[in-house]
Design a protein around this ligand. Structure first.
Ligand code: HEM
Length: 164
């Protein structure tokens, strides 16, 4: 190790990540999916936010399973890049090969992040997406909305998770 580098565990959370450090860790919970064109479904989820020491970025991943059978469902991963001015940009790659660039804002006091798609790529049906993540009484809840070629922007996913 070079003399001037710190061991990883001592490396600091970057100042840009600090306001969202309440997200860092592993979260588990359950969600419900719906959309006007599909049958509703229930899923379990594990979601991780980890920081990259001294970098202004949070690594994000989510895995889901069918609640009744444990069969794997959708997964996705990406990077969240908060800025000190309260804006944030997020890139997410989904297991369906759809990609999202999301832009929005965060409110560190309210523990709320609001995102709207600036780009949805490689999608057959999805035209637009929004995501809201909120921590209330220690529980992380989110709502993912989407618009498709046939349907206006409305909820596809809602979940509530607890930190491990
Ligand atoms: C259906 C997109 C996440 C499970 C769909 C459809 C789209 C879509 C476009 C088809 C809707 C239609 O035919 O009108 C997305 C996007 C997601 C996402 C953009 C990004 C977060 C998830 C997750 C799960 C899931 C996390 C499971 C936990 C399903 C299921 C269907 C569905 C079960 C119905 C499939 C069928 O009936 O054939 N999704 N989805 N989706 N999605 Fe998602």
């Amino acid at each position: 190790m070079a003399e001037n580098s710190l061991p990883l565990q001592q490396a600091a959370v970057h100042p840009a990540v600090q306001p969202l450090s309440y997200l860092l860790g592993t979260w588990r919970g359950q969600g419900e999916g719906s959309f006007p064109t599909i049958s509703p479904f229930k899923y379990s989820e594990e979601l991780q936010f980890s920081h990259v020491p001294n970098k202004p970025v949070i690594a994000y991943s989510s895995k889901t399973w069918k609640l009744s059978s444990g069969e794997p469902m959708h997964s996705e991963s990406g990077f969240w890049r908060p800025k000190l001015d309260g804006t944030i940009e997020v890139v997410i790659a989904q297991s369906t090969a759809l990609v999202e660039v999301q832009k929005g804002t965060y409110d560190a006091e309210q523990r709320r992040v609001k995102l709207k798609s600036a780009l949805v790529g490689n999608a057959t049906k999805v035209k637009e997406m929004s995501r809201i993540y909120e921590v209330i009484s220690g529980e992380l809840s989110y709502v993912v909305e989407m618009a498709t070629n046939l349907t206006s922007l409305q909820p596809h996913l809602k979940a509530v998770l607890k930190k491990l």
